[in-house]
Design a protein around this ligand. Structure first.
Ligand SMILES: [Zn+2]
Ligand SMILES: [Zn+2]
Length: 368
């Protein structure tokens, strides 16, 4: 197993798309939008808010009359307590930007007509998440032009403004508004990232001080079409990608308290407990164990949700080992999860109270 991992690490770099993008070897694939080595303008010098605070002059009644605690509460109510999509993907420019029917965030329900004459480009996209409150993250439809009815039925506010956080105007209003609110999108919301590319390059795409603000994160990964070409679709290929992503989380996101990972790591098998389940069991769960050990008690809520077929195999094994299992719901709302205890060795003392839930993920049952 270690030899396989070493071999895979050597040959594994990125997907062909990312590789071409970074090197610029394929004119149809633009370079990844990485941060420059040095930034032209430093908006938040040093990591210290205190360094800037003495420079701030009172700037209007909002800052002069309301105490900081009250301003903070207003900020949280206005810009916090939501799930925010943070997305980067490669796509061709849209020819038609306006959707035919009202949709969430005015996303074209068919993805929009594309200009086929030009190559793709990397596009950042963000919105407030307006999926059905009962829907799991893997079933999120926000980027696919979900109906406006979803926004209006479950979420307050005026459409389409409520589909966006709308913080940019406030951040750019003045120096003090910037300093007081720049961390809020990351600190006060759950960030939802769907896809591999952004997670893999977090350290070189977002400033470290913003990453250090993220406390709650929801990740949706499909590992099946990533990895070294010769290993795509095989357990070793999925696990090599997965290991890198988990290592990136630990180095990039020091303040995480909540982390939910939805991962599609194995193609459907008619036998959920096929022989390769051994490899998935260690390959998926041991890096998650390591997360618990690294973050310790700071990471209060870690949940790992493998796709249904894979989860079923893992669950059966867990049940035989006598771990704590919970089940509930009916029909499509049914759910299952088992507790994965993690032993933390601290000062020579072994603590076994830590752990995380492994829960049922994406339903990958074929439609035949
Ligand atoms: Zn919406
Ligand atoms: Zn969403």
């Amino acid at each position: 197993m270690p030899k396989i991992r070493k071999w895979l690490r050597q040959i594994f770099r990125d997907t062909q798309e990312e590789k071409a993008g970074r090197k610029g070897s394929d004119p149809a694939v633009p370079p990844l939008p990485l941060l420059p080595a040095t930034r032209k303008h430093i908006l938040t010098p040093t990591s210290s808010l205190e360094n800037l605070t003495p420079l701030i002059q009172p700037n209007g009644p909002f800052f002069e009359r309301l105490p900081p605690e009250l301003r903070r509460q207003i900020y949280l109510a206005t810009f916090g307590d939501r799930t925010i999509h943070l997305d980067l993907r490669q796509e061709r420019p849209r020819l038609v930007e306006t959707p035919k029917a009202p949709t969430h965030a005015q996303v074209s329900e068919d993805g929009g007509e594309r200009n086929r004459k030009t190559g793709g480009r990397w596009v950042w996209w963000s919105s407030v998440c307006h999926r059905h409150p009962m829907a799991p993250a893997w079933a999120d439809q926000c980027q696919l032009g979900s109906s406006r009815r979803m926004c209006d039925t479950f979420y307050a506010g005026q459409w389409p403004g409520k589909c966006f956080l709308g913080i940019m105007g406030w951040i750019l209003a003045c120096r003090q508004s910037y300093i007081e609110a720049i961390d809020l999108p990351y600190r006060a919301n759950t960030i939802h990232i769907s896809g591999i590319t952004l997670t893999r390059h977090l350290n070189s795409m977002l400033p470290s001080q913003r990453l250090a603000n993220i406390s709650s994160l929801e990740l949706v990964w499909n590992l099946l079409d990533h990895g070294p070409r010769e290993a795509v679709g095989r357990p070793e290929g999925s696990m090599a990608v997965y290991e890198e992503l988990m290592a990136t989380i630990v180095t990039a996101l020091p303040a995480l308290t909540k982390l939910h990972i939805w991962v599609e790591a194995r193609s459907y098998s008619s036998d959920p407990e096929a022989r390769d389940i051994d490899l998935y069991e260690s390959g998926l769960l041991e890096p998650a164990d390591a997360l618990v050990q690294k973050y310790g008690s700071k990471l209060i809520d870690l949940q790992l949700a493998p796709n249904l077929n894979l989860f079923t195999g893992l669950m059966r094994r867990a049940e035989r080992k006598g771990v704590h299992v919970e089940k509930g719901g009916i029909g499509i709302a049914s759910w299952r999860r088992f507790w994965r205890p993690v032993f933390i060795d601290r000062d020579g003392m072994v603590h076994d109270t830590a752990g995380y839930w492994v829960r049922q993920g994406k339903d990958d049952t074929p439609m035949w």
